[in-house]
Design a protein around this ligand. Sequence first.
Ligand SMILES: NC(=O)c1ccc[n+]([C@@H]2O[C@H](COP(=O)([O-])OP(=O)(O)OC[C@H]3O[C@@H](n4cnc5c(N)ncnc54)[C@H](OP(=O)(O)O)[C@@H]3O)[C@@H](O)[C@H]2O)c1
Length: 251
Amino acid sequence: MKKHENKVAVITGGNSGIGYGIAGELLAEGAKVVITGRSQNAVEEAEKTLGPNATGMVANQSSLTDLSELADNVKNQFGHVDILVVNAGVMHMALIESVSEEQFDEIMDINFKGAFFTLQKFLPLLESGSSVIFILALSATQGTPNRSVYSASKAALKSLARVAAIELAPKGIRVNAISPGPFSTPIFEKSGAPAEVLAKFADTISQKVLLKRYGEPGEVGKLVSFLSSEDASFITGGDYLIDGGMSINFS
Ligand SMILES: NC(=O)c1ccc[n+]([C@@H]2O[C@H](COP(=O)([O-])OP(=O)(O)OC[C@H]3O[C@@H](n4cnc5c(N)ncnc54)[C@H](OP(=O)(O)O)[C@@H]3O)[C@@H](O)[C@H]2O)c1
């Protein structure tokens, strides 16, 4: 029997990048997977390529109305949720002096406020034995230039993950976090950073990542698959780095 046979998984932001990679791994292990995103085209395209056990639902993580509707739709279609992966996120790369209020609000609304209320709206659908995973970032704990607000949004999420692990343990729900280092996804181009900033960043990666490459989204998917399975039944409240050794490299 596959690891996630008959389980229902919801992955916010599953139409692209890491979320799409997580969806692929959970589907391969037998789960029924709901993916979300704001772009209807991208959601429909991903639903098609992921196959018949994937369901796409358009929902903006920064809208509480959308989140309520999403939870209602999942409840009506599947009844409950076994695996909730709070993954949707955006990044802007800018020095503190040039961050606009609009950028600040967008990042905090999606990455933190939206993530918080995703958990809140899905709580009634999570039963004993279910698992919640927050996708943070290495920059939640490490200083990274040009990412002040993004890093703070992920640090806030790290704190939320710990409190949620404590509050949900009596209900038999495990809560963990994953902090990816650099992964090859569209997030960097979408960040609006100038080409020279991205080139400098790519250069830093090639020097700092011990394994000398970007991670692939499916590699986060495999970690999510493990953490949300029975194999991880004594694991809650953790934050797992997946960064090719970048964070320990001071050479
Ligand atoms: N790539 C990396 O190196 C890296 C490193 C550390 C952490 N992460 C984290 O990994 C997560 C996924 O990022 P990624 O690299 O896979 O980037 P990505 O390819 O740009 O994927 C981001 C996903 O989030 C969705 N999304 C963004 N804003 C949303 C909103 N308001 N409501 C609903 N969905 C929304 C996007 O869909 P729509 O655009 O259609 O809404 C897309 O599916 C993020 O939380 C990011 O912070 C990434």
